[in-house]
Design a protein around this ligand. Sequence first.
Ligand SMILES: Nc1ncnc2c1ncn2[C@@H]1O[C@H](COP(=O)(O)OP(=O)(O)OP(=O)(O)O)[C@@H](O)[C@H]1O
Length: 794
Amino acid sequence: MATDPKLSRKRKLDAAFSSRKKAKSTSKSLSSSKKLHPKKSSATRAATADQLPWKTVLRQDIGELGDNGEGGMMELEEVEGVEIIYDEDGSGGKIVGFRVKEGDTKDTKSDSKVTSSKNTSQKETEVSPIPIEPFDAESLPSWKPFPLHPALLYSLKKRGFTQPTPIQQQTLDIYLHGSNSGEGKEANNKDKEEAARRDIVGIAQTGSGKTLAYGLPILHHILSQLSTPSSSDPNASLTVTPPSSGSRRPLQALILAPTRELALQVAEHLNATLETVFPVKRKDTGSEKGKGKAKEDEEAEEADDGEDVHTKVNSPPPVSVAAIVGGMSAQKQRRILSRGADILVATPGRFWDLCGEDHVLTSQIRKLRFLVLDEADRMIEAGHFEELDNILRLTARPPESAYTSNAAVDGEQDPVAPEDLPVIQDEITSNEELQTFIFSATMSKDLQKDLKRGQRKKGWKKKGAERDTLDDLIRRLDFRDTHPVIIDLSPKGGRVKGLQESKVECLMNDKDYYLYYFLLRHPGRSLVFLSSIDGIRRLLPIMELLNINAWPLHSGLQQKQRLKNFDRFKSKSHSVLLATDIAARGLDVPSVDHVIHYQVPRSADAYVHRNGRTARANKEGFGLVLCAPDETRIFKGVLNSLGRDEDDVPELAVDHDILDKLKQRVKLARKIDSIAHRTKKENHDKNWMRETAEAMEIELDSDFASDSSETAQKSVKDKKAQGQIVKLKAELKDVLAQPLVARGVSMKYITSGTRSRGVIEKLIEGEGHEQFLGLSKVKAGSDVVRKKQKSGKK
Ligand SMILES: Nc1ncnc2c1ncn2[C@@H]1O[C@H](COP(=O)(O)OP(=O)(O)OP(=O)(O)O)[C@@H](O)[C@H]1O
């Protein structure tokens, strides 16, 4: 459900101004805050929180917590030149209103309820055409068969994407040439017209570049519309003219993704492609730092020798991509929508909420040129499908045409009932232009089966016989193409190239030891998947006590905290993210070295997508399953669903001498955590009882009532617990400082050792493992017990 925008804005203000609680009088301006102080000479007028001139806080203003440079991901906004009006007595610091300089207010009609396509608060600005030099296709031979807009080719080259990935190749072949049978096949104009309307279902392994597979056609289409040749010479350079900033941009593409992080990432990916060619010149926010940034831009321009002339932009960006996701400021997202964007990347929930209050948006959806479902199979699972279903109805044609189309696809007549018609009944037009792209790494119901419960995951209800995910989608979506093209490049058995899988069979209670062992033995960027938030809450403090750089990521955290933790994980090469399956799909962290399944996933598709966070874009990666005895059946089911054998995943070799030493560390950490947890819980429970009793004005039982003797006892108990914790922490510190020596290495003869070269010698040369003396630094894949060895051992 959407939060009340005014309330959240008010809360923001309350927080921002809480330090000013002591302000006394009613309409006196705040003297100590430069930012909040309006110029005395200017006339002011009363304004609501919505009408204040909010500005985005730029990345450099918020350090490492920023994102794409626009503050977009963190959604932070600031306001200045505002006089705060407190309530009459002012003692509680309650804000009752604001005053701003005349002319500084925003027209919020277009913000809160967009009813016209023109945003009256925006002034019509001059736009300058941006020259694009002709791109020398010879400099990017692998992309030559795909005559994309020169701006895109330029960007691909700059980003080092020297050749298309197989899914990009096949999608572009269909999009540009109408067929994936022959690369670079020349088509006549009519064929190209037709070709450009094919609906595409793309299934390809994780990390294979699916975002650009659908992103490039969309960007190509929009940029081509804005381009004009600078002369009649067919080889002449182009100019791209951005739309004027005065009117709301027509929405051309809607990309739906199942998670917030994924939607933000897709928007960032498309923006990165555009900004390589059209760097966004940040607007001067008016703040000191904002001014600094504008100055930096100017300096950068001055320093530029003019080689990339087409990168100079004085107008709005030619293509605007925005993200609409839950957990972020709905107010800001409304403003983005009121300005309009060419491409919206959204999670269904928030998007549907905003559709309900923005008629222009709903009518824009009816005229969409592109609709994309990323991670399509996940989107139709329970928890997503209702809003998705509603949005898809908006993209459907009137019943007659939809009826014809669906009948042609699956041979069934499936008329749309009147009550199933889109919520807003006006302007139902038959948009024949819509092109639909559906992408995922998995698209089969067999992989979605919940192996723990033995049921298929809940989702759209099916009529009649068992259907596949694809059938479900074909029935739901009003494909304009009678035969959508299916490109299936999914690897057999879900085996991703470059991924080494492995497992450790151990008791549930021993998983912490093996996890800790692995993280020390193979330092790097490790993503650990757990099946519950409680599991993460239990494991995190233990990891922290053991000096492991770990952060949590789960739906119980606030969105900003989720993004912050994700950023921290990305920014450190030795880091651990403890995550639930919200991180399993689509997230593209460059160089995740290891994926660890702390619990065996419940379904084969979860196994494939979790593993897919490593070994991306042709890199190597490692996946480890910690499998307890009561999970072996589920793991076998996962592998069987993928058409693989249970022995298919080899075991990881573990040095048990070292493991035993690590057990001692983990046990101490667990003990410290359990004492701290128990004390905290007891205090929390008592306080909660007291506070609730006070609020309800009831008397507590003598057991709960706080008499002084009980309080004294409690404090003795707390002190005792604190003492224990301090003692155990000191013990842990000692244990953590002790070297871990591998089997067969004697501490006495460490410089020569029983091994071929001395341990110290190896360390100096950088080959020796810094934590496990006597072992070499090796990639996790080298510790895997190959099948032959295993049977030999037996
Ligand atoms: N042509 C290319 N050459 C090199 N790298 C590329 C190319 N196209 C995309 N990439 C990079 O590959 C990585 C994976 O891309 P992307 O996230 O689109 O994969 P995906 O197939 O959508 O994965 P998933 O199924 O996990 O969502 C990204 O970092 C992206 O920048």
